[in-house]
Write a protein that binds this ligand. Structure first.
Ligand code: AMP
Length: 286
């Protein structure tokens, strides 16, 4: 398949192109998000297949997400990593904004998880290693994602994980104070609305690792108040089924640590015996 960013000179050319809807053949809808729809599309000249996200300007005004969207677009288009969904460019007409995104043929990781109930240790370790590498890259660029959850994780045609949706991410050198994210994945310092830093993403890796292996996040509860309480107490328990290795439990326990400075670092995750033993180095899971 031809790529829209095959060479450096082509990339520069792509960045200069004034894209419009006329450059694309629109295919089937891929999904519907809060602010618009996503379609598979083909760039006519290169035949390159992409995902086009269509957002109505009316919605942007209604929800006042102007700044959030701009930030999301700027951050995502600056990130170039095999495990981060590429944003190739954008254009607009009178009513709509179009984001030209990398096409993730495998859809949402969430769907896979719900279909299978839980993932194998090989799959879980491969996804955690891919996420760790993508986050290492983000952190080096001073980007904290803060909203990593299965719905924001897509898979390409080879089953490679792609982080999508940078709506809540921030580019920052200092500790942040804003409250955001989905409750089940929130680190204690975020639940308490305290200053937080990169270590919030490390906590989320622990939550996801647990959810991949057991099928549900560890602090899930009937009410939000109960989830809050369970996160604050780090009320972590490992059910007897499905059967999960002691090494996986060890990694989870070393990430779900209340004191953010004591959480396993991204580098140490990559060196952890469970990752070394189980993760597929190619990052593919098909
Ligand atoms: P969103 O508006 O980003 O929440 O997207 C809505 C849905 O469209 C998602 O839940 C995905 O199932 C699908 N989708 C979004 N972006 C892509 C993409 N780049 N490739 C494939 N499917 C996508």
């Amino acid at each position: 398949m031809k790529t829209i960013n095959e060479t450096n000179s082509q990339k520069e050319e792509n960045e200069k192109i004034d894209w419009s809807i006329k450059n694309f053949e629109i295919g089937k809808p891929l999904g519907k998000g809060k602010f618009g729809r996503v379609y598979v599309a083909r760039e006519i000249k290169s035949k390159y297949v992409v995902a086009l996200k269509v957002i109505f300007k009316e919605q942007i005004e209604k929800y006042k997400i102007h700044h959030q969207l701009r930030r999301e677009m700027e951050i995502q288009s600056s990130l170039k990593h095999p495990n981060i969904l590429r944003l190739y460019g954008w254009f607009h007409d009178n009513e709509r904004i179009f984001l030209i995104l990398e096409y993730a043929h495998g859809g949402e990781l969430y769907t896979l998880l719900r279909q299978n109930g839980f993932l194998s240790e090989t799959q879980a370790a491969t996804y955690i290693a891919s996420l760790t590498q993508a986050l290492t890259y983000c952190h080096e660029k001073n980007v904290i994602h803060r909203d990593i959850k299965p719905e924001n994780l897509l898979l390409d045609h080879e089953g490679r994980l792609k982080i999508a949706d940078f709506g809540w991410s921030v580019q920052s050198r200092s500790k942040r104070h804003t409250m955001c994210g989905t409750l089940d994945y929130l680190a204690p310092e975020m639940v308490e609305n305290k200053a937080h830093d990169y270590a919030v993403d490390n906590w989320t890796l622990g939550i996801l690792c647990y959810e991949f292996l057991y099928g549900a996040p560890p602090f899930e509860a009937e009410s939000q108040a109960d989830t809050f309480r369970r996160i604050m107490k780090v009320e972590l328990s490992f059910p007897s089924t499905p059967s999960v290795s002691a090494e996986a439990k060890n990694l989870i326990s070393r990430l779900l640590v209340k004191d953010s400075s004591k959480r396993l670092s991204l580098q140490k995750i990559m060196e952890h015996p469970w990752i070394i033993k189980n993760a597929n180095p190619t990052g593919t899971c098909n």
